[in-house]
Design a protein around this ligand. Structure first.
Ligand code: GDP
Ligand code: MG
Length: 163
């Protein structure tokens, strides 16, 4: 079986954009509506010669508890439970939000290897905000831009090193 890499985080941080970048095809549907992920949520990616099964989690799903955190957690729980590695994404432009902090606290208790991704950091504009992500207690943030393709090759190497 291929190692499972799960992309998690609150809505609108760019999870589906990162998924598409790593898979190299438009398999997930990116929407301007925060957290909307439709159709394909799984794909295979080749990361530095290593094949992985990549899962894009939706930030908002039907039939879930009615708080944002509850919905995030419900939609991510089953995916995280089968993960060999979790990519926990934040939006470096927005900085660390209360939802990020809640999610990170829950994730720390799952005892899964986590790579912290500070997305939307194109042009190093958001480096200071990315550094704020150290406060989440999930290690060093990897600043990158899924949309612009910056830092993706480095991320691929970091993922492959951990599997
Ligand atoms: P998700 O809800 O976490 O899956 O986020 P999406 O992938 O749907 O992206 C949410 C919004 O953020 C979209 O408008 C994307 O175009 C935008 N976005 C994603 N990655 C980046 C990035 O690297 N930089 C910037 N500036 N915007 C991004
Ligand atoms: Mg999405």
């Amino acid at each position: 079986d291929l190692p499972v890499v799960v992309i998690a985080g609150r809505p609108n941080v760019g999870k589906s954009t990162l998924f598409n970048r790593l898979v190299g095809r438009r398999q997930a549907i990116v929407s301007d509506t925060p957290g909307v992920t439709r159709d394909r949520k799984e794909g295979e990616a080749l990361l530095r010669g290593k094949r992985v099964r990549l899962i894009d989690t939706a930030g908002l799903e039907e039939a879930a508890p009615d708080t944002l955190f509850g919905r995030m957690r419900a939609s991510s729980e089953s995916a995280v439970s089968i993960a060999d590695l979790v990519l926990f994404c934040i939006d470096a432009r927005a900085g660390v939000t209360p939802a990020d902090a809640h999610f990170a606290a829950w994730l720390r208790k799952q005892n899964k290897p986590v790579l912290l991704v500070a997305n939307k950091a194109e042009g190093a504009v958001a480096t200071a905000e990315a550094l704020e992500a150290y406060s989440l207690g999930l290690g060093s943030p990897l600043a990158l831009s899924a949309e612009h393709g910056e830092g993706i090759a480095h991320l691929m190497g970091e993922i492959a090193d951990r599997l």
